[in-house]
Write a protein that binds this ligand. Sequence first.
Ligand code: ADP
Length: 544
Amino acid sequence: MLGNMQQQPLLVSSLIEHAARNHPRAELVSRSSEGPLHRTSYGAVAQRARQAANALVRMGIKPGDRVATLAWNGYRHMELYYAVAGMGAVLHTVNPRLFAEQLEYIVNHADDEVVFFDIGFAPLLEQLAPRLPNVKCYVAMTDRQHMPSCVLPKLLCYEEWMGAESADYEWPMLPEDSACALCYTSGTTGNPKGVLYSHRSTVLHAMAACTVDGMGLGAAETALVVVPMFHVNAWGMPYAGAMCGAKLVFPGPALDGASVYALLRDEGVTLALGVPTVWLALFRHVEQEKLRPRAELLLGRVLIGGSAAPGAMIATFAEVFGAEVIHAWGMTELSPLGAVCRLLPRHAALGPAGKMRLREKQGRAVFGVAMKIVDDEDRELARDGKASGRLLVRGPWVAAGYYRGDGGEVLDADGWFDTGDVATIDPDGYMHITDRAKDVIKSGGEWISSIDLENAAMGHPAVAEAAVIGVAHEKWQERPLLVVVLKAGAQASGAELRAHLEGKVASWWLPDDVQFVEQLPHTATGKLQKMKLREMFRDYRLPA
Ligand code: ADP
């Protein structure tokens, strides 16, 4: 028997229309590419998104067409999120930090019709444009006064392009499984692959982000969205914000410690979201300027994901900022939210070390994502917090394949997606990532977690950043090498760092050697680039 309830498609346009009606005055603050801070509201963004939708129709964009953005976090980018998806086209958020060859590859692979860009990217696009034969038009996201002087075929000015259009626009009733957005994985191995989100997956994901034990976004929050809108849709914040009417603060291109701190303070930010590397820059600034964030900021929670949040970072936020770190795990293929780490009431009885051990875990699956770990024969492993294996996931906002079928079949017969991560899951469901499968260090038939070692090393006061890779070893097959970047002006020897790790990790995990470098290689999304690091140490031999 069928239920008697309405069938309403879940559409991205319904989010902004809901915000326009119920949170019209909730603010969106952006540090603009032109320089000054810009303030607008959900009401105004909804209106301008409808104008932009009319402009897209006028320029001949049809449902299903791909429309690219090359832009930082800001209100015009937000308008395009809604205009493009809402009218039925697909918003392709391009990561400008990729190499030129990768940019060329993905814009051509996605077959983008138009590229909207922040003025700072004009020189990059000028170089690229001759290699993007299918792009029909470029739109600079600015007003006439700030138009960049560059040579691009069919160059338009955003404010002129949409400014004269009517704000009357009826969002089409699309099938909810139509595509709304496209985001490429960073392609650390091989070409980047496209993840094509649907309206349905995006709205369901936004609902999860607004749950208290999800990202806990709500109308009372002011969220600083440091995670870029070109990186998995800024973890869904532009959608979730409209759903609940949270004030959103967009940092634009200025991600340095001083600029981020100023926004935290001046905008009364309560929740900040970003990958670990951006917070290191903030910590350096606070230390150098001898600031007192605990007294000056309202920051209550910091959501960290994308790479493991080291214990030292969790402790600094607690002690220096008075803020709770909420560790989360996800990936482009998961829209990205998969797991969130929040303690349970009974954990209040734990001591500081016990609480920290839990906070360093990536957390429990949010409703909508099922998780399991399996061994090499695909047999499910125990949820005992000890057995570690490949992490598989399944759910309505998990990718079922890649754009244009790249990478072939990615689900197993039961619909599980292999994340490429290795993890444990404890009896309460707390999942702990021990490694990327390709970064695991295999020593004497056992696995050593490079992430656990890195986190322990970053607990040393002289260490700014640490990475651990496996190096070939005659007897043990592989042994860990610790590579460290010291804080400016700080000193520590390899022996001191090894001594610091003793007792924090199993004795046979202790790195055989420590090497010091000026900086570590990172991917376009701020992750350690282990492949490059292994290349850098290709000729390195462990001390006998
Ligand atoms: P990429 O395109 O580089 O894969 P993603 O953001 O999709 O970018 O990366 C997803 C991967 O990032 C995960 O599979 C996992 O390895 C890593 N990751 C994400 N969050 C965490 C976390 N909290 N702790 C450890 N690793 C994480």
